[in-house]
Design a protein around this ligand. Sequence first.
Ligand SMILES: Cc1cc2nc3c(=O)[nH]c(=O)nc-3n(C[C@H](O)[C@H](O)[C@H](O)COP(=O)(O)OP(=O)(O)OC[C@H]3O[C@@H](n4cnc5c(N)ncnc54)[C@H](O)[C@@H]3O)c2cc1C
Length: 565
Amino acid sequence: MSANRYLISFDARDAFHRFTDVLVVGAGIGGLRAALEVPPELSVLVVTKDRVTESNSSYAQGGIAGVRSPEDSFENHVEDTLVAGDGLCDRDVVEMVVREAPRQIEQLVEWGTKFDVEDGELALTREGGHSHRRIVHALGDSTGFEVMRAIIATARNRPNLTIWDDTFTIDLLTHEGRCAGAVVARNGRGTLLVWAKQVILASGGCGMVYRETTNPPVATGDGMAAAYRAGAELRDMEFMQFHPTVLYVAGSARYLVSEAVRGEGAYLRDVNGDRFMPAADPRAELAPRDVVARAIFRTMERTQHPNVYLDLAHLDPAMVLRRFPGINRVCRKFGLDITRDRVPVRPGAHYMIGGVTVDREGRTTLPGLWAAGEVSSSGLHGANRLASNSLIEGLVYGSLCGRGAAEAARADTRGLAALPVRYPIPPPDADDRLDVQDLTASLRSLMVRKMGIVRDRTRLLEAHADVDFWCRYALGRELDTRAGWELQNLLTVARLMVDAALRREESRGTHFRSDFPDRDDAHWGGRRVVAPPSESAGDFPNPAAGADRLKPVPLTSPATTEEEF
Ligand SMILES: Cc1cc2nc3c(=O)[nH]c(=O)nc-3n(C[C@H](O)[C@H](O)[C@H](O)COP(=O)(O)OP(=O)(O)OC[C@H]3O[C@@H](n4cnc5c(N)ncnc54)[C@H](O)[C@@H]3O)c2cc1C
C-alpha cells in the first residue's frame, strides 16, 4: 500500500508542544476507563475528535454482560463466549474478562450509573447466544448513554485528568522504535505535538467504512490506521460483525433496532409479508446474528427489495412501549408506530472484531503504545462477538491499560521532552484536487457490495483492485481536513480488511465465503490473519538530519500550556 508514514508534514522544531505522562486517544468507555485508572500523581490527557459524548459507547443499547445471578456461573459465560467465537477465542483472555466483569459493573454503580432495577436488584436480561440472564441495562434500551454520563462526570472531577474535545489525532509519533505521543489538530486552534511517556489508543471501531452501519460518524478506524502507519501489528481484520436489523428509511441516519426486539417475540417478514426465518434456521428469529443477517441478505436478493420488515403488531403494545422507548421515539420521527406498523430494516456493519493486536495486559507490539476497546484485538471475541461482551471488554482492558501505562510512566525517569522528529511531504501538483466526499461515498458503497455479509473471491478481488487504486492516488497526498484524514484512514482499514478476507479461504464466525462455505479447521483451526506493520513505518528516514539543531524541550518549561490551546 503506497502511503506516507504521517498524514501531514511537520517539524518538531517549529511546532507547538504539549506534555503529559499518559495520553489517551478516545473518550469512549475504553479510553475514559483507562484514564480513570491513572493515579492522581500522574497527568493524563484524553483527546477526542468530537464532543465527548460522541462515541459508539454512548449509543450502546442492550447492556453489559457479567455473571450476577446464582443460577449462572463464570463457566457458563466463558462457554457462551467460546461458542460464539467459533474456535478463534483466546481462552485465557475469555476467562480473565468474564471473571473481572462483575467487579467492573460494581465500579460503574459506585461511579453513579443507574442501572435498571427489579425487586431491589440490578435487572438482568438475556440476548442471543447467552445461556442465562446476565446483561445489566439502563434506561430500558439506552445503556450506553447512562453509563457514559456517569463515567464522564467522574472523569471531569479528577484533577489530574484533562479532556480535550474537538481534537483529532492525526498520527502517533514514534521515535527510536517507541511510541512517544501523537500529532493532533485542535479544531480552530491548529496542529500540535503531544508528547507522552505512554500512549493508550482507545479510538473505537470503523463501521463507517460501510454505507450501512449502526456506528456514529466518529467510527472511521483512525486509530487502527494510525497504529498501522506507526508500525504496530493488526490482526483479524476480516471479522466485521453485521447487525441484522438496522432501521432503513431512505435519507435517515441508520439506527440499530436491538436484538432484544426479536428476543421479545418480533417476527421478520419479507416484502410480501411472509416470515422467512423458520425456513432458514430452526431457531427462527432467535438464530445467531450472523445467521439472521445472511438470511436477510438472501431474502433481499430473492425479493429484489432493499429491506425486510420487523413486525411487533402481535405483541402486547404496553410491553413494547415500556421495553423499547428509544426505538419507539426514533420510529415515531418517521411516522412509524412500532406497535402497529412494520419497521423496515436491513443489516448494517456493527462491530469490528479485529484491530490492533494486544497482549493480556493491553500492550500492542509497538513499545509505549497500549490499546483498549474496539480498536484492539484482544482475542476475547474470536471470530464472532457475543452480544454485550464489548462494553465489558472496554472496561476490563481500559483498566489494564490505564494501570500498566501508569506503572510504565512512573518507572520512566527520562523526563518529557520534544524529540527530533520531522516529516516532509512534497507539495501536490497545482490542479490536483481530490473529491473527498465522492471517494468516501464510493468506498463505503463498494464495501457493502463486494466485502459485505456474503463474500467470494471474484468480488473480493474486484474490491481489492478498486481499493488499491484509490489508495495509490489518495494516500500519498497531504490533506488538511478531518474528512480528508478520515478518508485516508478508511481506505487504509478497508485495504487491510479486504486483504484478510481474501486470505481466509473458509467460513467462520462473521466471515462467510460462498466459495468456501464451511469452517475448515484442518487449514484454519485457531489461525489468525495478521497484517504486518506498514512497510513505511518507522521514524523519519533520516532523523539525524536537523536533530542537532533541535533541542529537547524539558517538562519543567513546556513550550505551550493548555490555556494557550
Ligand atoms: C448502536 C450500537 C449499540 C451497541 N450496543 C452494545 C451493547 O448493548 N453492549 C455492548 O457490549 N456493546 C454494544 N455496542 C458496541 C460497543 O458500544 C462498542 O464496541 C464500544 O462502545 C466501543 O468502545 P470504545 O471505547 O472502544 O470506542 P468508542 O466508544 O467508539 O470511543 C471511541 C472514541 O475515540 C474517539 N476517536 C476516534 N477517532 C479519533 C481520532 N482520530 N482522534 C481523537 N479521537 C478519536 C471517538 O471520538 C470516541 O471518543 C453497540 C454499538 C453500537 C454502535
